[in-house]
Design a protein around this ligand. Structure first.
Ligand code: NAD
Length: 368
């Protein structure tokens, strides 16, 4: 029976990279005896244009009836002036919440062929292979109370009274389930978890410390370290190799996973998975909709393609098919092919476009 996958290409380069990921998914899935039934839906700016909202309930229902979701990217200047609650990004926050996608997994590994693409020195980044596990449905992005009040400065020099508030709140069960995801992932990797916090000033972080320590008792084979978020930000650029799995809350994870991403050289290479309890997942590249290059066949589809690999592995247990995709990507890069975003400053080699990069990966997949 064909497995239903919901495609949410979204805005900007989203449709371009998602199409290449879909083609690779079909080819790699075949190797694992999987056949897919793709259903395309709208999210983000294109959904605002068509339906006046960034995410419709029907789309959430369609996702619930599927085995996995593959998303492109949302947003763009066209919708930048809209209020926060109806902007494209609201579609992303809403789908995470509606599907209970509490665990965001963001691997950041430096490929040997791209070791010079990082802003850091090659000897610092060579061999970096970490996974940031970010809590995605709690914390300050969702906490209550939230909002703004007061008046802006008046025309005759009156002082403004504006005030804004967002609250960081976490319940014990939210911390426990994300911590278990991190420890389970560490067991598949190098058995080390770093919990990132700000327990010297935040009550919320103190609760995280307690719960993480309690969960760690069930994982005697995994080493645990606690690290303050400010010093973690420094260590990530000073000695990134020391990290295996990082687990943290929504806000710190948002920032640190982008920092970790840049160590690898390009946003165009990085996949992600967002998982619910029971393992249901939404898979998407880390990058945004890149309006500056949208519609020009210039986007790097490798982040989306590697998100498809995570989908095969996580939603279908098709580890060999996922590895085949990663090996195909490595093969293409080792052969010297580059999209524009992977060029070093001053480098002048010929580049390949989005479609061609997808074709090269497909050809590499089918080479044996
Ligand atoms: P961005 O990731 O879209 O782009 C940052 C830079 O990286 C740009 O120069 C872009 O050309 C380049 N880039 C990104 N992905 C690339 C790829 N695959 N290949 C080649 N180059 C690539 O981030 P931004 O410019 O800050 O945001 C643009 C829009 O995307 C905004 O509306 C933002 O809100 C949205 N956004 C969406 C997501 C998402 O959908 N998950 C994430 C981040 C930003």
């Amino acid at each position: 029976m064909a497995e239903r996958i919901i495609l949410l290409p979204g805005d900007g380069i989203g449709p371009e990279v998602t199409e290449q990921a879909r083609l690779v998914l079909v080819a790699a899935g075949k190797r694992a005896g999987l056949e897919f039934d793709f259903v395309e839906e709208l999210i983000g700016g294109c959904s605002i244009d068509a339906h006046g909202t960034p995410l419709r309930d029907e789309v959430i229902e369609a996702c619930r009836g599927s085995r996995a979701v593959l998303l492109g990217a949302v947003g763009g200047p066209k919708w930048d002036d809209m209020p926060v609650d109806v902007r494209p990004e609201k579609g992303l926050l809403s789908i995470r919440k509606a599907l209970g996608l509490f665990a965001n997994l963001r691997p950041a590994a430096v490929m040997p062929a791209l070791v010079n693409a990082s802003a850091l020195r090659p000897e610092i980044v060579e061999g970096v292979d970490m996974l940031v596990v970010r809590e995605l449905t709690g914390g300050i992005y969702f906490g209550e109370p939230r909002g703004r009040e007061g008046k802006p400065p008046g025309p005759n020099g009156e002082k403004g009274t504006r005030r804004a508030v967002n609250a960081m709140a976490y319940a014990e069960h939210e911390i426990e389930r994300i911590t278990r995801v991190a420890f389970e992932q560490a067991r598949l990797r190098r058995n080390h978890v770093t919990h990132v916090h700000k327990a010297n000033v935040l009550d919320v972080s103190q609760l995280w410390m307690e719960v993480v320590d309690e969960v760690a008792r069930d994982y005697a084979d995994v080493e645990l370290a606690h690290q303050l978020v400010d010093s973690c930000a420094m260590l990530l650029v000073q000695d990134p190799k020391r990290f295996d799995v990082i687990v943290t809350g929504n806000l710190f994870g948002d920032i640190l996973s982008d920092e970790a991403a840049m160590i690898t050289g390009s946003l165009g290479m990085l996949p992600s998975a967002s998982l619910a309890e029971g393992g249901f997942g939404l898979f998407e590249p880390v990058h945004g909709s890149a309006p500056d290059i949208a519609g020009k066949d210039l986007a790097n589809p490798l982040a989306a393609i590697q998100s498809a690999a995570m989908l095969l592995e996580t939603s279908f247990g098709a580890k060999d098919a996922a590895s085949a995709i990663r090996e195909a990507v490595t093969f293409v890069l080792d052969a010297g092919h580059r999209s524009g975003d992977l060029l070093l400053p001053g480098e002048t080699r010929e580049t390949v476009g989005c479609r061609r990069m997808g074709e090269l990966v497909l050809a590499a997949l089918e080479r044996d």
